[in-house]
Write a protein that binds this ligand. Structure first.
Ligand code: PLP
Length: 395
């Protein structure tokens, strides 16, 4: 039975499908928008690629198995997956959503869904009392993103899913940061899992993609209807690339997470670093829940330097990570949330969200952890030297 296999074996079994006709070891790229029907009255499994395609099917089946759901769906981006999922709601419905939800999800809720009569309340989902008191008779979804970006706050998926069940609403979880390697929300009681597959699942900064997995047939049927109706499906070649990324997900994210823990500990010991945000560190406020619901703290961490100038100096003196938005790739990616992902927040809102002017987010790649630490040591030393120069010039 496939279920008896370890996760790393299942990833390979799910993504390597020997073609019965040719013996090809990889799923063929079925670049065909339409499919010939051999019988006038009885049509085959596929008719039109928006409705279904064998390459996309292989990917959708793989992610469904890995998340432990009944059906998977591949979309043109993480936002296409999330937007389609929210359209399961109707005018007059309400969603409870984390305050620090990903900016694109915030934008869809505030600028688009509100216009369609779908209402929302933002709460701190790490606080169950806030979640409970935001629920209204018309609440249809509690949305969770854990750990959150960029301060890696942890929300208790199991407890939130329990609250949702009492109130007969769905729990949707954005599992982008953890992936099914570390966290399987459906097993914790969630109904739908969402991914920006652009990140760890692709793993190579070369595809924009989204995935969704439904935990029950009713939701799967509704989501399939919307996927086909709205049509934001993932292209065939990108589906193949994502299958290729998925094959190595287990080894990639485990190596990156082991390095992230080492780097987080390194930063914690450095006087130039005011605070480290990493749920795999014992001092992190969410570390206990993280341990209960996930197998690792993940491969993303944030750290706060003294101020913007220190962050600027650090970025200019490190050479291994690229300085960019996004995360989850083979290369380490350093980003500056105040001017990148959270640039739209006012300074006051940003500070309130715990995003100080010296905050940098690091997505740890596959470089050697000690090489990365050496590189970061250079960045921190440069901050000290610059400070010293300023003191000397003032004197
Ligand atoms: N969810 C999270 C947690 C993200 O970080 C992102 C993108 O950064 C998205 C969703 C949106 O995904 P995409 O950029 O693939 O549309």
């Amino acid at each position: 039975m496939a279920d008896d296999y370890q996760f790393s074996t299942r990833i390979v079994r799910d993504t390597v499908r020997v073609d019965p006709e040719t013996g090809a070891a990889n799923v063929p790229v079925y670049l065909s928008s339409t499919f010939h029907q051999r019988d006038f009255d009885h049509f085959g499994k596929y008719d039109y690629t928006r409705s279904g395609n064998p390459t996309r099917d292989a990917l959708e089946n793989a992610i469904a198995d890995l998340e432990g759901g009944v059906r998977g769906f591949a979309f043109a981006s993480g936002m296409a997956a999330i937007s389609t999922a929210f359209l399961l709601l109707s005018a007059g419905d309400h969603a409870v959503v984390p305050k620090n939800v990903y900016g694109g999800t915030f934008r869809i809720l505030t600028e688009v869904l509100g216009r369609l009569g779908i209402d929302h309340t933002f709460v701190d989902t790490t606080r169950l009392d806030e979640v409970r008191s935001a629920i209204r008779p018309n609440t249809k979804v509690i949305y969770v993103e854990t750990p959150s970006n960029p301060t890696l706050k942890v929300s208790d998926i199991r407890a939130i899913a329990k609250i949702a069940k009492v109130h007969r609403c769905y729990t949707f979880v954005d599992n982008t940061f953890m992936t099914p390697v570390f966290q399987r929300p459906l097993q914790l009681g969630a109904d739908l899992v969402l991914h920006s597959a652009t990140k760890f699942i692709s793993g190579h900064s070369d595809v924009i993609a989204g995935l969704a997995v439904a935990g029950n047939k009713e939701l799967a049927d509704k989501l399939y209807f919307l996927q086909n109706a709205l049509g934001a499906v993932l292209g065939v070649q990108d589906s193949w690339l994502l299958l290729r990324g998925l094959k190595t997900l287990d080894v990639r994210i485990k190596k990156s997470a082991a390095s992230a823990l080492k780097i987080a500990s390194f930063f914690s010991d450095r006087p130039e670093v005011k605070k480290v945000f990493y749920p795999g560190l014992p001092g992190h406020p969410g570390s206990k829940i993280q341990k209960q619901q996930a197998m690792s703290g993940g491969a993303v961490l944030s750290f706060e330097l003294e101020n913007e100038e220190a962050a600027h100096t650090f970025v200019n003196h490190v050479s291994l990570p690229i300085f960019a938005v996004s995360l989850g790739a083979v290369e380490s990616i350093l980003s500056y949330p105040p001017k990148m992902s959270h640039a739209e927040l006012s300074e006051a809102e940003r500070i309130k969200a715990g995003i100080g002017s010296g905050l940098l987010r690091l997505s740890v790649g596959l470089e050697d952890a000690d090489d990365l630490i050496k590189d970061f040591t250079r960045g921190l030393t440069a901050i000290n030297e610059k400070k010293q120069e300023t003191v000397t010039s003032v004197n």
